[in-house]
Design a protein around this ligand. Structure first.
Ligand SMILES: Cc1cc2nc3c(=O)[nH]c(=O)nc-3n(C[C@H](O)[C@H](O)[C@H](O)COP(=O)(O)OP(=O)(O)OC[C@H]3O[C@@H](n4cnc5c(N)ncnc54)[C@H](O)[C@@H]3O)c2cc1C
Length: 471
């Protein structure tokens, strides 16, 4: 894995004759230190990450990806693959090495007849929502539309449709990839089955995915949106929700969070800056029944603000994009949970009341329902029995607040961890090393390491939550 969070590297320059050979093979842009677009091209979503690659290859097609992979391998350079660039520890970039940047590979082809969609490896979820919505369909994705399809899918994919249709990987039909030796290859349930098993949760360890093929699900206008309650009610709401949601019909999803109400015009001024608890709902059954389904929830306790109603799925999925623009400082901690018991609720109330900055938050996502019907050995994603994925994130525009928000996130996580199922969703953690990766994959790690040894024995794809090749 690449070095530390904030890169202090002096940019490396690649000698011109070496670069000229690559230029002959690549149609996309090759961006180097000193080029006018270098500083914007090397930025990723998390403003805490400040890496200086020697070369950013903005690939436009599979041939470009093959060129970039071969170049890095032949010149013994670190290779990072950048999808949407949202990864917390910045695993879409590196110091000194080559970044295969897929952000120009954004083609999508919906196949209405087969109910599937082919999505290029550099797409973000907003691209997929945009392409599938006119067909009355969606692919199970995350809770925000600016996140990359690449990283989110390869790590598992938790979102609004998880309870009804499973994780994103449970809707993956196949991938086109470029392997470490530069070979293009397809992996499905029938072809290169071991690789297809591994990419469903095993991250970017096995190659560059140039295209994903997903099964689409019939999701169009849903009944959803956030309902806010005052902090004094948070214990009651969290306790009631954590029991209710596991018995609720799978058409209903709702994730719990602690937030600070932003000073935005659509929130009544009296609530600006207040800490609150929120559940963001998404009901994918008949929209006409939405009011009836949410009626008991609205009676748990009087909401302070209620924004739930009929809404096109792409609008719900992009509702929080503007709250979290690129460039903020992010520090992530994560755990899985089987239950949310009274002791952990007390801890949540304590730390939720201390959100260190207005953007900082804690979320609990239900991951039961359809996600439980896939066995823990059926894909690389190991925590199939857990009911909730939890994430604690310190977020702020100002680097000067990092120490304070990181301390809060670490203390919150440390206090809560004994009540967890262990592990931690690999897409929602920082660069915490091998023990965390092993804990996340549990029994599946040994099989992943063997598949890694088969497809990437030299660990060319090491800028990720790294699985070491079995020896
Ligand atoms: C604001 C925000 C909201 C989020 N919400 C959710 C959510 O709702 N649900 C959820 O499950 N996760 C969520 N995440 C976590 C997200 O899944 C991870 O950050 C993920 O790594 C992002 O993928 P990316 O392609 O944008 O990242 P990148 O930084 O581009 O890449 C992340 C990792 O994936 C690899 N990778 C990316 N694309 C490819 C590819 N095509 N082929 C091979 N390897 C590739 C990279 O090498 C790197 O190791 C969220 C993250 C953020 C910042």
């Amino acid at each position: 894995m690449s070095s530390g969070i904030a890169g202090t590297a002096t940019p490396t320059q690649i000698a011109e004759p070496i670069l000229a050979a690559l230029r002959a093979k690549i149609r996309g842009d090759l961006i180097q230190p000193g080029d006018p677009q270098y500083d914007s091209a090397r930025k990723v979503y998390n403003g805490m990450i400040d890496k200086h690659p020697a070369l950013i290859a903005r690939c436009v097609d599979v041939a470009d990806v093959i060129g970039a992979v071969n170049f890095a391998r032949e010149n013994r350079m670190t290779l990072a693959i950048r999808g949407g660039g949202h990864n917390g520890p910045g695993l879409g970039t590196c110091d000194h090495g080559v970044v295969a940047d897929l952000s120009r590979m954004r083609g999508i082809r919906v196949d209405g007849a087969s109910g599937s969609v082919r999505v290029d490896g550099g797409c973000v979820w907003g691209d997929v929502d945009h392409a599938t919505h006119p067909f009355g369909m969606a692919v199970p994705c995350g809770f925000i539309s600016t996140t990359g399809v690449g990283g989110l899918t390869l790590g598992g994919g938790i979102g609004y449709l998880t309870r009804r249709y499973g994780l994103t990987i449970d809707n993956l039909l196949g991938v086109d990839m470029v392997l470490a030796d530069g070979r293009p290859i397809t992996a499905t349930e029938k072809e290169n089955k071991d690789l297809f098993w591994a990419v469903r949760g095993g991250g970017g360890n096995f190659g560059v995915v140039t295209a994903f093929r997903f099964k689409m699900q019939p999701v169009s206008t849903v009944y959803g949106g956030p309902i806010f309650w005052p902090m004094e009610q948070a214990g009651h709401i969290l306790k009631t929700w954590s029991k209710f949601i596991l018995d609720a019909p799978e058409e209903l999803n709702g994730w719990f969070g602690f937030v600070t109400v932003p000073p935005a015009p659509h929130f009544p001024q009296q609530y600006h800056g207040q800490k609150m608890c929120v559940i963001t709902w998404c009901y994918t059954g008949d929209v006409k029944n939405g009011d009836r389904v949410l009626k008991p929830i609205r009676e748990w306790s009087k909401p302070s603000m209620d924004f739930a109603g009929a809404i096109p799925f792409p609008a719900l999925n992009s509702m929080f994009d503007a709250v979290y623009p690129p460039g903020l400082q992010w520090y992530w901690k994560a755990d899985f949970f089987d239950t949310i018991d009274d002791r952990s609720i007390d801890l949540h109330l304590n730390y939720g009341a201390q959100l260190p900055t207005p953007h900082s938050t804690m979320h609990l996502y239900p991951i039961d329902g359809a996600a439980h019907r896939v066995g823990r050995k059926d894909t690389a994603f190991n925590y199939r029995n857990a009911n909730f994925a939890g994430v604690i994130v310190g977020v702020d525009p100002e680097p000067a607040n990092n120490e304070r928000m990181i301390r809060w996130a670490k203390e919150y996580w440390t206090a809560l961890h004994p009540y967890s199922a262990g592990g931690g969703y690999i897409n929602m953690v920082m660069d915490e090393g091998e023990d965390l990766v092993k804990a996340a994959y549990g029994d599946n790690y040994t099989r992943l390491a063997k598949i890694k040894a088969k497809y990437d024995p030299e660990n060319l794809f090491c800028v990720n939550q790294n699985i070491k090749p079995a020896r």
